[in-house]
Write a protein that binds this ligand. Structure first.
Ligand SMILES: *[C@@H]1O[C@H](CO)[C@@H](O)[C@H](O)[C@H]1NC(C)=O
Ligand SMILES: *[C@@H]1O[C@H](CO)[C@@H](O)[C@H](O)[C@H]1NC(C)=O
Length: 388
């Protein structure tokens, strides 16, 4: 069912497996024999790259592209990155690792570099690339206030450019295999509500469309983006829905009187997410394969928002870093309130989950049942693709 490109990860996985086995038995008498075998295997597969990973979308998955742009949507100064391995800001909108980093760990790769990073050259290109840019949405007019950001159509243009660069490196056929065999993550849509429709009262879009029609318009535009991604060779694409938009500290600060989630934004998420899942199903039917995998991040977020204590959080309403009610106003900067222990906060800043919350979300992406992942979870995908 899947293309032959998927033989590549199988070989890579087999190599990893033998390495592990050799380590486990390294105390044994015959260990040198196995080690020799491993070296033969490793040498024979050094030309074969591990599964590549491509990331598209907004600040929830940006690994630092905006550092290279003249934009106000950036996370390249402290205290961002305070719990990152280097303890320095990287452009990730997190205290530490973000969702793409944690997925990279699961597929056994290093984190993807931002596409605009000057370090993304040569063999590093084969790991994949991160095209995401904080502030963007499905629509071109989302995030206009951030000025210079990489909108979705441009991220896809860059993906084409990436493929030309890799072709120059390893040839057209292997590039196609690399892209077809890759895992893709796309996270976009939240900003089309918070940084467009609901950015200001009587926004242009809200005068143009009642909410249900706006959601339909978003879904139809998103469908075009995903079709182009397919045309560019993507064959396994994790598509996250929006979180519970009305419950983030920023919206509690701006819209909530007594700490309840904003009903209007919750209504938006409740309309959007099921239609997104439905649209993905339509695309899969059209392509006759499970290309697009819906990740119900609204559900995984809602789990720890409704019962933070059950997940080890002391609060899911107050951001760790920020100011004003719920630490939900303005930006997270060195002048903001900063909590001592980021692990007990579901939200790092007014909009973005903490690393620990990201871990819970990725755990559901990996192992969640059909309430979280449709038509299957990432463990199943990884197992399937390694057998094909
Ligand atoms: C966004 O802008 C690009 C470039 O101008 C254009 O090709 C694309 O159709 C636009 N998308 C939408 C949804 O208007
Ligand atoms: C998801 O992943 C786990 C493996 O970690 C598996 O046991 C489980 O059955 C999967 N769930 C579904 C619904 O596919």
């Amino acid at each position: 069912m899947l293309s032959s490109a998927l033989h590549i990860p199988k070989i890579a996985l087999a190599t990893t497996f033998h390495f592990k086995k050799s380590m486990a038995s390294s105390l044994g008498v015959a260990s040198w024999v196995i080690l020799g075998l491993v070296m033969v295997l490793a040498t024979s597969t050094t030309n074969v790259e591990a599964r590549a990973f491509f990331v598209f979308g907004d600040s929830l998955v940006d690994n630092g592209n905006n550092n290279y742009l003249a934009t106000t949507a950036r996370a390249d100064s402290p205290p961002y990155g305070i719990d990152y391995p280097t303890h320095r800001p990287t452009g990730r909108f997190s205290n530490g690792l973000n969702i793409p980093d944690l997925i990279s760990q699961q597929i056994g790769s290093e984190s993807t570099l931002p596409y605009l990073s000057p370090q993304l050259t040569g063999q590093r290109l084969l790991v994949g690339a991160n095209f995401a840019s904080a502030g963007i949405g499905i629509l071109n007019d989302t995030g206009v206030q951030f000025i210079n950001i990489i909108r979705m159509f441009r991220q896809l243009d860059y993906f084409e450019e990436y493929q030309r660069r890799v072709t120059a490196l390893i040839g057209a056929q292997r590039t196609k295999q690399l892209v077809n065999g890759a895992l893709v993550l796309i996270t976009v849509g939240g900003n089309d509500f918070v940084n467009n429709y609901y950015l200001v009262p009587y926004s242009a879009r809200s005068r143009q469309y009642p909410l249900p029609n706006y959601v339909k318009y978003l879904i139809s535009e998103y469908k075009k983006i995903l079709s182009r991604l397919y045309d560019l060779g993507a064959r396994r694409v994790l598509v996250t829905g929006t979180g519970p938009l009305g419950c983030v500290p920023a919206e509690l600060a701006m819209r909530s009187r007594n700490g309840e989630c904003s009903a209007e934004l919750q209504r938006a998420a409740a309309l959007y997410n099921p239609q997104l899942a439905q649209m993905l199903q339509q695309l899969n039917n059209k392509y006759g394969s499970d290309i697009f995998i819906a990740a119900n991040t609204q559900q995984s977020h809602t789990d720890f928002i409704t019962n933070p204590q059950a997940y080890g959080f002391t609060t899911s309403k107050i951001a760790c870093c920020g100011q004003g009610p719920y630490n939900g106003l303005g930006l997270c900067t060195v002048a903001s309130n900063l909590c001592p222990n980021r692990d007990v906060y579901a939200f790092w800043d007014p909009f973005h989950p903490s690393e620990r919350a990201n871990r819970l979300i990725v755990r559901q992406i990996l192992n969640g049942n059909s309430r979280y992942m449709n038509p299957m979870n990432l463990s199943t995908i990884l197992a399937l693709d390694s057998m094909t």
